[in-house]
Design a protein around this ligand. Sequence first.
Ligand code: ATP
Ligand code: MG
Ligand code: FE
Length: 344
Amino acid sequence: MNVLGIETSCDETSVAVITDGKLKANLISSQDFHTDYGGVVPELSSRAHLQIIMPLIKKALDKTGFKLEDMDVIAATAGPGLIGALLVGLNFGKGLAYSLGKTFIPVNHIEGHIFSGFLMEEKPDFPYLCLVVSGGHTLLLLVQSDFEIIKLGTTVDDAAGEAFDKVSKMLGLGYPGGPLIQKNAEIYNGELIDFPVSRCKNKYDFSFSGLKTAVLRFLEKEYGGVGKAPEKDIPMLAASFQKAAVRALVEKTELALGEFNPKSLSLVGGVAANKFLRNKLAETAKRHNKKFVVPALEFCGDNAAMIAYRGMKLYEGGYSFNFDFNAYPGLKENPFFKEYSSAE
Ligand code: ATP
Ligand code: MG
Ligand code: FE
C-alpha cells in the first residue's frame, strides 16, 4: 500500500511517501523568508505553499519511482495550524484523491507528532509516556494505543517552543528562536542564573510565562531593558533560560514516569530537536529503566512523514472521511484524546 502525505500547517511544505509501512521519501521545504519579519506571516506562508506544493509532490514521487496513480491513500494535515496554510495542503490532497478516485484521510498535526517516534528503527512500546513540545503545544500524554491517548497535562500559557522563540527575540537572537538559543547556550559553560519555574494547580501542567517574565525582569534590572545586554552576556542568558525551561519539562515527565510506569518514553515536536533536552530526558529514561525514543531531527520539526504514517494507521484502523472534512485552526474535539481524571 502506498500513502502520500502532505503537510502545510505552518511554514514548512512537506511531502512524503510510505510504502507498506516503509518511508520512501520525506521532502521538507522551509520558508526561510519569514526570518525577515521576526515570525511567520500567514498570508505569505499560504502563497509559498501554493507555489511549491506541486513541484514538491513531483520530486517526492520521482525519488520513489512511483506515479500519482500508484498512491492508494492521500493523507493531508487538516489542523491545527494557520488556516490559510492548512487549506492549501488539505484541498490539494482532497483534489488529488477525488480526481484519482483514491482514499482521502485528513490528519491531525499533533497526532502526527505524537506517533513520530514510529518512524524510527527503535519504536516506542505501548503504553508510552509522550512529551509533545512544539511551537504551539506542550502536552504530557499517556499513549495507550494508536487510538487512545490520555491527556495528563498541558501548558496553561505559552507553549515550550513559543517560550524559546519569545526569549530569543528578547535576547536579540531572532527567529526561529529554539536553534539560536541552543547554539548560544552551547558556547557557554560558566555559572548560570537560577531562573524560577512556575508551579501549576494540576501537577502535570506546564507554565512558561513566569519564566519569560523572569528573563525580562532580569534584563531590565541588570542592563536597563531589552536589547541593552552586552553581546558577551547573551550565551549566559540563553543557557540560563534553556536550563530552566528544560528543568520544567523534565520534572513533570519524571513525575509521570514514576506514577504511570509506562513501557517507553517518547519526546516529540520541534523542541525535541533541542540537544540539551534530548540528553536530559535520555538520562531520566535510563534512571527509570525505560526505552527512550526521540525522532531523528528531520522528524522533530514539521514533516509529512509523520502525517503519512498517521494517515496509514487511520486507514488501517478502518477510519474513513468525507471530502467535506474541513481544515481547523485549533486543537478541536479529538476523538482519540481522553482527559485524565485521577479519580478513575
Ligand atoms: P505545532 O506543532 O504545535 O502546531 P509548529 O508546527 O509551529 O507548532 P514545530 O514545527 O513542531 O511547531 O516546532 C517549531 C518550534 O520548535 C519552534 O518554536 C522552534 O523554536 C522550536 N525548536 C526548533 N529547534 C529547536 C531547538 N534546537 N531547541 C529548542 N527549540 C527548538
Ligand atoms: Mg516551522
Ligand atoms: Fe508541528
